[in-house]
Design a protein around this ligand. Structure first.
Ligand SMILES: *Cc1c(COP(=O)(O)O)cnc(C)c1O
Length: 217
């Protein structure tokens, strides 16, 4: 499909849902992709990228940052507390703030560093046992807890259950954000980003539709 096509479709979805042009941030999810595909997308001017694994990202991005100005990196995978320090050195945003123990350790590191990445709280809107994220019922309390730790929360993130209508999940996320005064909504992937934009997404995370299928071998 490719970057140009995705940019065009995002722009059309913004227009169709009465959103301002350029309101939605495209995060190009480059995890596991071969370097030549990522470089082609960098050459085409894309600067916002998402990665799932700290170690993989740490191996790839410092080099590209020397060659391409203005790169913004978003952590979208589960974050282990023992990877927090390298993650803070690398990432401009974390979309997977998903538990109190991580919030506590993050707050301590932010104090030490005097800088904080943009933060999204991950909500497990489908209450799926295998998935990370705060349960919807516990989201308000968790957001309050983060704020009490002086963590500035920019928004919420969700990954709806596979093979189900994502709309109720996008709406739940939007409702939780609205009642907590949060503007950011990180929702929508290759298969459903236009729907997510219609439901208010501010950040869409798109991998395979830009780069092609991932090969995990
Ligand atoms: C891999 C991943 C994506 C991108 O998925 P695609 O279906 O390839 O667009 C988006 N969000 C998260 C959290 C991911 O892990």
């Amino acid at each position: 499909m490719g970057l140009d096509e995705i940019r065009r479709r995002i722009s059309a979805a913004e227009t169709a849902s009465g959103r301002a042009a350029g309101e939605v941030t495209l995060i190009a999810v480059s995890k596991v992709q071969p370097p030549d595909r990522v470089e082609a997308v960098l050459d085409a001017g894309q600067r916002v990228f998402g990665e799932n694994y700290v170690q993989e990202a740490a191996g790839k991005w410092p080099g590209w940052r020397e060659r391409f100005a203005g790169i913004e990196l978003h952590m979208i995978g589960p974050l282990q507390t023992n990877k927090l320090k390298p993650a803070l050195e690398l990432f401009d945003a974390i979309h997977t703030l998903d538990r109190p123990s991580l919030a506590t350790k993050l707050a301590r590191q932010v104090q030490v560093r005097g800088a904080c990445p943009q933060l999204f709280v991950q909500v497990n809107t489908g209450a799926e046992p295998q998935k990370a994220g705060i349960l919807p019922d516990e989201a308000d309390a968790f957001i309050a807890q983060c704020r009490a730790l002086d963590l500035a929360i920019s928004g919420l993130m969700c990954i709806p259950p596979e093979d189900r209508d994502p709309v109720p999940h996008f709406r739940d996320l939007r409702d939780i954000a609205a009642r907590n005064g949060l503007a950011g909504l990180s929702m929508g992937m290759s298969a459903d980003f236009e729907t997510a934009i219609a439901e208010g997404a501010t950040h869409v995370r798109i991998g395979s539709a830009i780069f092609g299928a991932r090969d995990y071998r």
